[in-house]
Design a protein around this ligand. Structure first.
Ligand code: PLP
Length: 379
C-alpha cells in the first residue's frame, strides 16, 4: 500500500528566501536605481571589501559568474594552450569548461570515497610534465583534503586554484577555503549558499599584484578607459547584483548555522536508515551547500520520495569524463570507478535556511520508511 502524500516539500524555495529579506533587498535595489550607476561602481567595491572581510581573504575581485572566476584564475596562473589542469570528475561541468576556456586540457582524477572530493593520491597519479595547475573542488560544502594537494603541488612546482563555488565560509583545518593557496573561485548563482538574484562570481585573492591583474582581465584588459593592455574578458559584476549580494552577505553566517543545524537533524533522524550519510571529516567544518545521501537504488528512492511530494536532485548524474562535451578527452566507463559509482548513487535532499525542522523530519521519516523496502543496503 502506498503511503499518503505528505504535502509538497520543494528542493529550493526562492519565494520564501526573498520574502525573508525583502525589505533589505528593496532598499538595496532602490539605492542603485537612485544612484544612476550600474556596472563596476561603489556597490561592487563595497561588496569586494565586505566579501574579503567575511571570508577571511586579503582581497576579493568580483566577476560575472563562477565559471569566469575559474577561467580568469587559471589565466592569472599562466595556464594556457598545451597545459593540463587536474580536477574532479564529480562537479558542475562548468569547472572543467572553465579549463577549456582557459585553453587547457582537463585531466580528471578519481575521488576520495569518504567526501567525494578529489583524492590527493589520485591527483598525484594524474600529474604529468604538462600539468600546470590543480583545480580541487570543495563539493557540496565540504572541503577537499588540501594539505596533501598543496604539498605535492609545491614539490612539483604546480599552481593550485580552489573551486570554492559550493563552499562559501567552509573551513579546512580552521582556515577558510578559497584562501588556502592564494586564489579561490566563488559562484553566486542563486542556489549557492550566498546566492544573487542572477549570475555573479568572485575570486578570493591573496596577492595584490594578482588582484590588480584580475581587475584588468575582467574588464577587457583595460588599464584605463579605451586602453586595453591585454586581451581580457567582459566579466563585470553589475551594481544591482553587488547590492543584492551585500544584503545576503550580512546573513551568510546565520544561514550557514541554519544549514548546519538542519544537517544535524537529518543526521540524527537518518541514523538508522539504510542510506549512506555525508561524513564531516575531522579536518572540516562543512557548510552543507547540499545534503547528499547515497543508496544503490537511488532512482527508486527518488521516485518514491517524489510520489510523497518531496523534491530531490542529483549532483551529478554523469561524471565529467563521460559527458559528451568532454568526449574528445577520451574518457571511458571504468576509468574512474569511485566517481562513476557515486554518480549512480548520490541523491540530494532538500536543505536550505528557510526549510523548517518539521519539513526535515518529514523528509527523513519518508527516507526511513522507503529505503529499507528497496533492498540493496547502504552504499
Ligand atoms: C563547483 C562549481 N564550480 C563552478 C560553478 C560555476 O559557477 P557559475 O554557475 O556561477 O558560472 C558552479 C555552479 O554552477 C559550481 O557548483
Amino acid at each position: 500500500m502506498k503511503a499518503a502524500a505528505v504535502g509538497q516539500i520543494p528542493f529550493l524555495d526562492f519565494p520564501a528566501h526573498v520574502a525573508a529579506i525583502r525589505p533589505e533587498l528593496d532598499a538595496a535595489i532602490a539605492r542603485v536605481l537612485d544612484s544612476g550607476w550600474f556596472i563596476l561602481g561603489p556597490e561592487v567595491e563595497a561588496f569586494e571589501r565586505e566579501l574579503a572581510a567575511t571570508l577571511g581573504a586579503r582581497d576579493a575581485v568580483a566577476v560575472a559568474n563562477g565559471t569566469e572566476a575559474l577561467q580568469l584564475g587559471l589565466t592569472t596562473l599562466g595556464v594556457g594552450p598545451g597545459d593540463e589542469v587536474v580536477t574532479s570528475p564529480l562537479s558542475a561541468a562548468f569547472t572543467a569548461l572553465a579549463i577549456l576556456s582557459a585553453g587547457a586540457r582537463p585531466v580528471f582524477a578519481d575521488l576520495d570515497p569518504k567526501t567525494l572530493n578529489v583524492s590527493p593520491e589520485a591527483v598525484d597519479r594524474a600529474v604529468t610534465p604538462r600539468t600546470k595547475a590543480i583545480l580541487p573542488v570543495h563539493l557540496y560544502g565540504h572541503p577537499a583534503d588540501m594539505d596533501p594537494i598543496l604539498e605535492l603541488a609545491e614539490a612539483r612546482g604546480i599552481a593550485v586554484l580552489e573551486d570554492s563555488c559550493q563552499s562559501h565560509g567552509a573551513l579546512y583545518r580552521g582556515r577558510p577555503v578559497g584562501t588556502l593557496c592564494g586564489l579561490g573561485a566563488l559562484s553566486f548563482y542563486p542556489t549557492k549558499n550566498l546566492g544573487g538574484l542572477g549570475d555573479g562570481g568572485a575570486l578570493l585573492v591573496g596577492d595584490p599584484d594578482q588582484a590588480a591583474r584580475l581587475r584588468l582581465l575582467r574588464n577587457g584588459g583595460q588599464s584605463e578607459r579605451y586602453r586595453h593592455e591585454v586581451p581580457g574578458l567582459n566579466s563585470r559584476l553589475d551594481e544591482l547584483q553587488a547590492a543584492i549580494l551585500r544584503v545576503g552577505l550580512r546573513h551568510l553566517t546565520s544561514w550557514t548555522e541554519r544549514r548546519r543545524a538542519l544537517a544535524a537533524i537529518y543526521r540524527a533522524e537518518l541514523g538508522e536508515a539504510p542510506v549512506s550519510l555525508p561524513e564531516e571529516q575531522a579536518y572540516a567544518r562543512a557548510v552543507y551547500h547540499l545534503f547528499v545521501v547515497r543508496h544503490p537504488r537511488r532512482d527508486a528512492l527518488r521516485t518514491a520520495l517524489r510520489e510523497r511530494g518531496i523534491s530531490t536532485l542529483i549532483h551529478y548524474p554523469t561524471p565529467l569524463h563521460l559527458q559528451p562535451a568532454f568526449a574528445s578527452l577520451g574518457g571511458r566507463p571504468g576509468d574512474l570507478p569511485v566517481a562513476e559509482r557515486a554518480a549512480s548513487e548520490v541523491l540530494s535532499l532538500p536543505l536550505y535556511p528557510e526549510l523548517t525542522d518539521a519539513q526535515v523530519g518529514t523528509v527523513a521519516a519518508a527516507v526511513c520508511e522507503i529505503a529499507p523496502a528497496l533492498g540493496g543496503g547502504a552504499a
